[in-house]
Design a binder for this molecule. Structure first.
Ligand code: FES
Length: 284
């Protein structure tokens, strides 16, 4: 850093002022966010915070850093006892002190910016924990319609389909399931899953394993479920395996039984997470 002159002192004050304004803007942005937020004001404060750092760094690099090639001469040993040399050394130490001041100001500006950048993290909300691995389905819960009334086996003819929810949670986003009835002999489920589909009634999660859209179309003659978002197609007879489109994972099957009164009852929750194929990677 060059020696202090009125000009460099003025530049240093401007740099410190820029960093100071940046720091204040960053913390003010955090305060505005925590007090309820105001989008336009937050944008202005973010611009000031970033701009202050930018202006300060530009001034520092263009006005304070030496541009000419400089070879520093060694002090002769005799200078230690030379009052003039000692004054020069003190002046240079003064320059180091100014540099420390500017570095601290820059650190403050970055602290303000870090406070501003904490906002997206705060906006993420609480961590979901294990909740995404479960739905409201439990063993013994009856399947109900959107009106909360139990769905009975007789309500679904062969080739028919209804959307059901866990009892007590009609409209559940992650618990919604498709109850489909096919001719019993047509199902080609894994041996341990045949018991989950009594009399040709089989239930699958309604959430597409591609991106989570509700799988709302059923071609009964082909026994295919189709997601309207990107046309992923699932084979109902073969455990809802995807046969077309971007989905790479079958729709999870809901184990069910039919009670004597015809109501449909879950044997357990879905045995795998419902929804997008993200779970293929983070299953567990
Ligand atoms: S969300 Fe179903 S195919 Fe994309």
């Amino acid at each position: 850093m060059s020696q202090s002159t009125p000009e460099t002192s003025r530049v240093e004050r401007r740099i410190a002022l820029s960093f100071g304004i940046s720091m204040i803007a960053g913390f003010a942005l955090l305060a505005v966010y925590l007090s309820g937020g105001q989008t336009q004001l937050e944008a202005i404060l973010l611009a000031v915070s970033l701009g202050g750092i930018g202006v300060g760094i530009i001034l520092w690099s263009q006005r304070l850093l030496p541009t000419e090639l400089h070879v520093e001469q060694r002090h002769p040993a005799a200078e230690v006892g030379n009052p003039e040399a000692v004054r020069e050394i003190v002046a240079e130490e003064g320059a180091i002190t100014r540099r420390s001041l500017l570095i601290r100001a820059l650190g403050g500006a970055f602290a303000g910016l870090a406070a501003a950048l904490a906002i997206p993290v705060l906006s993420l909300g609480p961590a979901p924990g294990r909740s995404l691995f479960h739905t409201p389905w439990r063993s013994g819960l009856r399947m109900v319609g959107l009106d909360g009334k139990p769905i009975k086996a007789g309500d679904v003819p062969v080739g028919g389909i209804v959307t059901g929810f866990p009892e007590g949670v009609p409209g559940s986003a992650d618990g919604q399931a498709l109850l489909i009835r096919v001719e019993p002999g047509l199902l080609r489920l894994a041996a341990d899953r045949m018991a989950w589909a009594p009399d040709g009634y089989v239930a699958y999660s309604k959430l597409c394993t591609h991106a989570g859209c509700p799988v709302g179309l059923y071609r009964s003659l082909e026994h295919r479920l189709i997601c309207p978002c990107h046309q992923s197609t699932f084979d109902v007879l073969d455990g809802a395996q995807p046969v077309f489109g971007p989905a790479a994972r079958p729709l999870p099957q809901l184990p069910i039984r039919i009670e004597a009164d015809g109501t449909i009852v879950a044997l357990s929750d879905f045995t795998e997470p419902v929804g997008p194929a993200f779970w293929n990677i983070h299953d567990g």
